[in-house]
Design a protein around this ligand. Sequence first.
Ligand code: B12
Ligand code: SF4
Ligand code: SF4
Length: 247
Amino acid sequence: MAISQRPVSESNGTSAQWTTGVQRLAYEMGAELVGVASADAFAGAPAGHHPRNLLRRARSVVVMGARLLDGAFELAPSREYSITYQIANLELDRIAFHVAKYLQREGHRALQVPASPPYDLEHNMGDLSHRHAAQLAGIGVFGKNSLLLSPEFGPRIRLTSVITDAALEPSPPLDVDLCGDCDICLHACPVDAFGGAGIVDKSACDANHVSTGERLQLEDWEQMCGVCIRVCPVGLPDAEHRHKHDD
Ligand code: B12
Ligand code: SF4
Ligand code: SF4
């Protein structure tokens, strides 16, 4: 006779209990940042990229962030940054899987969106934008580099999302400008992908990933750049240390 390790579902939980359960599990598994957005807040998402395009009765999106290693950025782009980035993707996918399973055990539907690949390579677009989800979930705000900056770690985080039909308690978006007068990243990009204006030329950025990958002998899925992360002072405990290495 097969012995089930735990009850398959059934829950008399409340929104508050599920929200706490999700947060606790994600933090225990290694996420540093966790927030929840209501699916209704994604009204401005492009066609086909709303949470309800992926899960019919979606009510909430859990967003989780993993802090990267500051040390990996001293020389980015590098093989060391590439492996940090890949491990962060794997860890986030693993955390998201277990958070989604927790919600499923509690009687809800849940699915994880890949942290990074696989995505639509032709249009350079993920099924759901984790940056927008993270902004709506109060994890951070958009920087001029078009990345999500958290007050704690700046852009040195990677993100993932779990979509669920559970009615979780949303976290309020942050109302803060973390860039101010700074525009370092706009001038640091090796291929001028921002054109000085903060709108990323995805093709230029992508092409730079490919050529950097060739130079560092990386496989397709390992390619990265990260200069617009490396130069950002937000959330760096020792901005001076960074500048020493950038000189
Ligand atoms: C495809 C992709 C790329 C492409 C395209 C980048 C881009 N700017 O879109 C390329 C290969 C060039 C790339 C490069 C990089 N990427 Co990338 N990439 C992705 C991926 C897989 C999808 C992004 C996407 O869908 N873009 C398309 C949409 C969002 O952009 P858009 O067309 O301009 O969208 C417009 C509208 O459609 C609208 N919109 C779209 N969705 C929504 C939703 C709502 C609610 C609203 C209101 C509006 C809206 O907003 C935009 C207009 O302002 C995500 C993972 C993910 N699933 O989110 C990672 C991701 C965005 N990448 C990431 C990173 C770090 C990078 C790099 C630094 C590379 C590296 N790792 O070193 C560079 C940074 C480039 C830059 N400065 O933006 C991180 C960002 C983390 C962070 N802190 O913000 C992500 C989230 C991966 C992760 N799991 O953490 N990336
Ligand atoms: S990842 Fe590199 S190429 Fe892409 S926008 Fe940032 S600095 Fe430019
Ligand atoms: S480098 Fe400066 S302008 Fe760019 S995202 Fe960071 S704080 Fe904002």
